[in-house]
Design a protein around this ligand. Structure first.
Ligand code: AMP
Ligand code: TRP
Length: 331
């Protein structure tokens, strides 16, 4: 029997090349060898201030981009989280088995809640931001997978998920696996083009810091050309060259080569030449994705329906078992 994989991406904005290299590319790599459940985390999107129009746009865009990037709905179950009610039911069980201390220690919570601080010293931290990891644990354990392909920023959430699995197993006599993260070999953390010491993020206010999968390909080329590097003008991978490392990583991942081979390709190039080649690879990649994106939009309703039916079959069976073990036994 094939081992199972579960993953998702939050529907909070347009996807970046970081989402592709760190997550989606890794989904696609495994789709022949694993049984995969890949969803759009559209319930998680409510942890930010998102309008109904944006939510509607983002969730459909992500589903279409999954397909455009190469996920095959005949091989993998691709669906919207909100189409499977068991995620929310199970979330109550994971919330009630988690402590405030555990959730307060989550780095993503600390980073994102710090940003809600206002100039007068008060803050307005949404509860959803705090309990976000419990829903993520429910998303995962509901399908009882072996692996979860994610970027390294999600490592701590996976640790919490494993702790919850073991806690629920003991308390309710269940048999959840303790799922392990699967990281991309190259590019499990793509950095901002403007501040390469920080992660590239779909919610960055500076739109020049991220390459979006639906960016105009020529604009993306320009963003790479204007990206921050250093003053040395020599291309090689090194701890103190975060901007160059990042471009080498993007280039290596999109070209399916190692970092060493990428360094070799540019050993005689200056930064201008280097950026032009990386920019062209990114531009060609976006042109290819965007062509498929328009086609994938047409089949979206039927793909979402098929995915929701397949996911609900497994989710309903598993949540019934979980509820029974928690004590909600049927007459
Ligand atoms: P998010 O954009 O935070 O919803 O993340 C969705 C998925 O993409 C998660 O698996 C992240 O770890 C991954 N991801 C997001 N940004 C990056 C990045 N800059 N580099 C690598 N992976 C990323
Ligand atoms: N927290 C993930 C992110 O934003 C998205 C996500 C939600 C997820 N539920 C998940 C990822 C379950 C993997 C498995 O990056």
């Amino acid at each position: 029997m094939k081992k199972r994989i579960v993953s998702g991406i939050t529907a909070t904005g347009s996807l970046t090349i970081g989402n592709y290299i760190g997550a989606i590319k890794n989904f696609i790599k495994h789709q022949n060898d694993y049984e995969m459940f890949i969803f759009v985390a559209d319930l998680h999107a409510l942890t930010t201030t998102i309008s109904p129009e944006e939510l509607d746009k983002n969730r459909k865009e992500i589903l279409a981009l999954y397909i455009a990037c190469g996920l095959n709905h005949k091989k993998s179950t691709i669906f919207f989280q909100s189409d499977v009610p068991a995620h929310s039911i199970f979330n109550w069980i994971t919330i009630t088995n988690t402590t405030m201390g555990e959730l307060s220690r989550m780095n993503q919570f600390k980073d994102k809640s710090a940003k809600t601080k206002q100039s007068n010293g008060t803050d307005n931290i949404p509860t959803g931001l705090f309990v976000y990891p419990t829903l993520m644990a429910a998303d995962i354990l509901l399908y009882n997978p072996e692996f979860v392909p994610v970027g390294v920023d999600q490592k701590q959430h996976l640790e919490l998920t494993r702790n919850l699995a073991s806690r629920l197993n003991k308390k309710y006599n269940l048999n959840f696996n303790e799922p392990k993260p699967l990281f991309s070999e190259i590019g499990s953390k793509i950095m901002s083009l403007k501040s390469p010491e920080f992660k590239m993020s779909k919610s960055d206010n500076d739109k020049n810091a991220s390459i979006f999968l639906l960016d105009d390909p020529d604009l993306a080329f320009d963003k790479i050309k204007k990206s921050v590097t250093d003053s040395e003008n020599k291309v090689y991978y090194s701890k103190d060259k975060p901007g160059v490392n990042n471009l080498l990583t993007i280039y290596a991942s999109l070209s399916e080569i190692t970092i060493e081979k990428a360094e070799e390709d540019f050993k005689n190039s200056n930064y201008k030449e280097f950026k032009e080649v990386v920019g062209s690879v990114v531009r060609d990649f976006l042109i290819e994705i965007q062509k498929k994106y328009s086609e994938s939009l047409i089949n979206l309703p039927s793909i979402a329906k098929e995915g929701s039916i397949k996911a609900n079959v497994i989710a309903e069976k598993n949540i019934a078992k979980i509820l029974n073990h928690v004590g909600y036994k049927k007459f």
